[in-house]
Write a protein of this length. Structure first.
Length: 126
């Protein structure tokens, strides 16, 4: 897939993802989409399968996390992979402040996002 199409795909996915819009997600993801999260019950992080599971997690975070802020986005585009790095901060569901340098790997299959791998590294305040 060429760079311009991947940029549009990421933009459409971002809008759908941050709004937990299942209908929009269906337009830009495969039916078997997976989100491999940065943490969770499994040693390598929780794996969410399907649009409904992903939307539930987004809505949970919106309800339980506070003052979440994303900045310093940098995106790289390859034939079947998008690499997005950014800084995220906020207060989690336990009332604990967090700040992390994050990397999301978006795997692209047949012109749609098939998997989102998320990696976070905590950033110490200076």
């Amino acid at each position: 897939m060429d760079r311009k199409k991947l940029q549009f795909l990421l933009s459409d996915f971002g809008k759908a993802f941050f709004n937990a819009d299942a209908s929009m997600l269906r337009n830009c993801t495969t039916t078997d989409i997976e989100w491999h999260q940065h943490k969770g019950a499994e040693p390598t992080g929780t794996i969410l399968r399907g649009i409904e599971a992903i939307c539930r997690e987004i809505l949970r975070r919106k309800a339980e996390w506070k003052d979440v802020f994303y900045e310093d986005f940098e995106n790289r585009f390859f034939e079947d992979l998008i690499v997005s790095s950014f800084l995220v901060s906020g207060i989690d569901e336990f009332g604990k402040a967090f700040k992390a340098r994050a990397v999301d790997l978006y795997h692209v299959k047949d012109g749609k996002i098939s998997r989102k791998d998320s990696y976070w590294k905590n950033v110490n305040e200076e």
